[in-house]
Design a binder for this molecule. Sequence first.
Ligand SMILES: [Zn+2]
Ligand SMILES: [Zn+2]
Length: 651
Amino acid sequence: MVVNRGIRFIDDVRENIRLEIFRKLPPEAGVTRIEFEGPEVVVYVRNVSFIIENEESLKSLAKAIKKRVVVRVDESRRLSETEARRVILSKVKHLVESDSDIVFDEVLGEVVIKTANPQAFMEGDRKLFKEIFAETGWRPKIIRKPPLKSTILESELNYIIRQSPIRLSFLRAVGERIHREVLFKDNYVRITALGGFMEVGRSAILVETAESKILLDFGLNPGSSTLKNFAPRVDAVGLKPEEIDAVVVTHAHLDHVGLVPYLFKYGYEGPVYMTQATRDLMVLLEKDLIELTRREGRSLPFEPRHVQEALLHTITLRYGEVTDITPDTRLTLYNAGHILGSAIVHLHIGNGLHNIVYTGDFKYDKTLLLDKAHNKFPRVDTLIIEGTYGNTEQPSREASAERLVEIIKSTIESGGKVLIPSLAVGRSQEVLVVIANAMKQGKLPSVPVYIDGMINEVTAIHTAYPELLSKELRDSIYSSENPFFYDSFEVVAGSTTRYEIVESKDPCIILATSGMLNGGPAVEYFRMMAPNPQNTLVFVNYQVEGTLGRKVRDGAKEVHVLVGDKIEVVKVAMKVYSIEGFSGHSDRNQVLKYLRDIETKPKRIVLNHGEPSALESLKNTILRKGKELGLGPSIEVYVPRVLDSLALTTA
Ligand SMILES: [Zn+2]
Ligand SMILES: [Zn+2]
C-alpha cells in the first residue's frame, strides 16, 4: 500500500483490540501493555500464574478478537538469567544435553530449550511448560534437537536470537501494517501470472486486492542457463518492493523459493510466510545454490547476506493455523504431500469476498515420507493447481520400490556398484527408507550404502520434524529408532574417500546429489564408474532437457563431463535405468481424484506448473469429466500464460 494512511484509522483497529483485551482479561492478570508483533497480538502481564490457571479466558479472548494471542511476562517480573537457568535446570536436567541447550532471548522474554524429547514438556496438560513459565517469567520455546546433528539448524537458530532486536522491530512494523482499517470499499481480486505458467520453473503469482499485494512463491528457473526466463516477471508489471505486503512460499524447492533473497536485495522489507521446515530447507538449499554457482564460475543476482535477511523476515506457520497477513486477507497453510514442510495455500479475502486455494507442487497419494495432500477447505472459489504430469500416469510407489530393490540386488550379485543420483530433499530420504527396509527384511544383502552431498543435512532436518512425516515414520522416530539410519549407511566425507569407494573390489550402493548430474558429487562418481559394465546407474527423478542426466538417460554412449576447467570424455558402459514412480507430483489420475474429493468445489480452476501440452490436455480432461468429478456445469478452466491477469471477482 502506498496511499497516505490516516493515523486515526490505524489507531482505531489496534485501539479496539486493546480495549477488548482489557475488557476480557480481569485486573488480576496485571496486563501492562499490548503489542502487535507480526500477525500475533502479544499481551504482557505481571501475573502469568493467573493466566495459566485461567487458560479459558485467554482462549475466549483469542476467539472474540479472531487473533493469535501470545502472553509474555513483563520484564520486571522475570527472574535474572542466572536464577532462571538454575530453576529450569533443576526441572529439565534429564531432558537437555548441556547448559548450552538453554538459551535466553532477552528481547522477546523467551527461553529456548533444545531437547531430543519435546513431548516431555507437553505431557499432562503441558505441566512442565507451564511450571517453567510461571516460576521464571520466561516463556519457554521448545525446539526439537534432531537425533542427527544439523549444523544449519544450530547456526540458524543462534543467528535469529542474536538478531532479536532487529527482528522485534520488523515484527512490530508488520503488526502495524496488518492491523489497520480497511481503506477501500472496492471489491476486486485479481491474479497475475509472473512465472511458472505454461512452463516449469520460476513460479510466482501476484494476488491483488484493493488493500493488498501478495506474492505466492518467488522461484527461479533451474533449466535456464541465461538470464532469459530465469526470474518471475515483476519487472514487466512494474511492481515495487515497497508495495508488496506479504510473500507466501509453498515449499523449499528453488523453482518456488529460489529468488526470495533477490526481493530483499531490491528493498523488500516485509514478511515471508512459510512452514518452519520450509524455512530450514530454504536456507540450506540457497546456501548450496550459492556455493554451486560460485564453483562453476557463474553468478547469482543476490548475495549470501540476502539469504540471511530472508531468514530474519520469515514468519513460520503451522498447518491449519489461520493468520491475518493484510487487513483484508487471511492465510492458512495445509499439508501438500510434496516434500517436507510443503504447503497448500488458502487465502480468505475480504470477509468472504473471495477464497483462493493454490496447491503449489502437491502429491495426492501417500508416499513413504508424507501423508497425501489436504483436501478440505471451508470455502474455495478459485483453485490454482499444478499440472506437471497432467497428461501422464506414473507407476505405483510399491512397484517402483520393488523395481529399485531388484536392480540393486542383481547388480550386487554380479559384483557391481550402484550409483543413485538423487535430489537432496525428499527423494533421497525415501530411497534410504526403501533400502533400509529391504535390508531389514533380507531382500537386499547388507552392503555399504554411501551417502554423499547435502543429503545428510537434509535428512537431519527431516528428523527434526517427525510431526510432519507419515505415521509410520513418525512412530519410529518417537520410538527413537531412526528410520533414515541403518547400520550399513555411511556418510562420505572428502573426495579421497570417493576414489577409494569406487576403486574397492566390494559391491556397494552410492546415493549422491545432484539428481540430474548437473553438479555435485554424483558427477564425480559417475565419471569414475561409467566405463565399468558391471556397474549400474539408477535415476529416481525427472531429468530436465539439457542436463547431463538427460543425455545419459536417453542412451548416450559417450558424454562430456566438466572436470575443473577441463572437459573430459567419459565412455558410458554401465547399465542405466530410470524409475518414474517416486515422483512428488500428482499424476493425471491423482489430480482428477483430487478434484473429485476436494471440499468445497471450486467455481474456477487455473492450471500452472507444466509444459503447455500437459496443461492443455489436463484442461480438456477436466472439462470432459467435469460432471463425473462433481464440478458444476459452469466450471471455468484456465491455462494462463506468463503475464496474463485474471479478474476473480466482478469489479
Ligand atoms: Zn517442488
Ligand atoms: Zn515446482
